[in-house]
Ligand binder design. Sequence first.
Ligand code: DQA
Length: 143
Amino acid sequence: MKVLVLNGPNLGRLDLRDSSIYGDMNFQGLSEFVIAEGKALGLECDVRQSDSEVEIINWLHEAAEKNIAVVINPAAFTHYSYAIRDAAEMVKAPLIEVHLSNPLSREEFRHTSVISGVANGTIGGFGPDSYRLALIALANIKN
Ligand code: DQA
């Protein structure tokens, strides 16, 4: 099964972000980790990152059209992008929201996710393992 693993703004520069929150893995390392973990589960992960809301929406349209499962870390868009939420809602294959950190243990503005309501589930707080746990869940969901 193919999986689109979509990552939102600033995740491409994990090397510059607060490592006490996001850990020490840069985005290249995270991508390689996700691809390897996916492969071990029989999943073919296509890992993408964009700082552009438009590009992420286009990728969700692609997932909707081709019926591809999605793991998405919408990053800051999580908290306010109704456009990404609406695009995520179009995806009929499983869609799982992930976060490296636990947004609920951070600033108040991160406590709202406009995406969770259209996701099969949300996993946060486990660093790169959040992605691995999402892939395990996907592998167990029957389409
Ligand atoms: C994040 C959490 C968001 O609140 C934040 O804006 C991010 C990353 C995470 O993976 O922990 O950029 O989605």
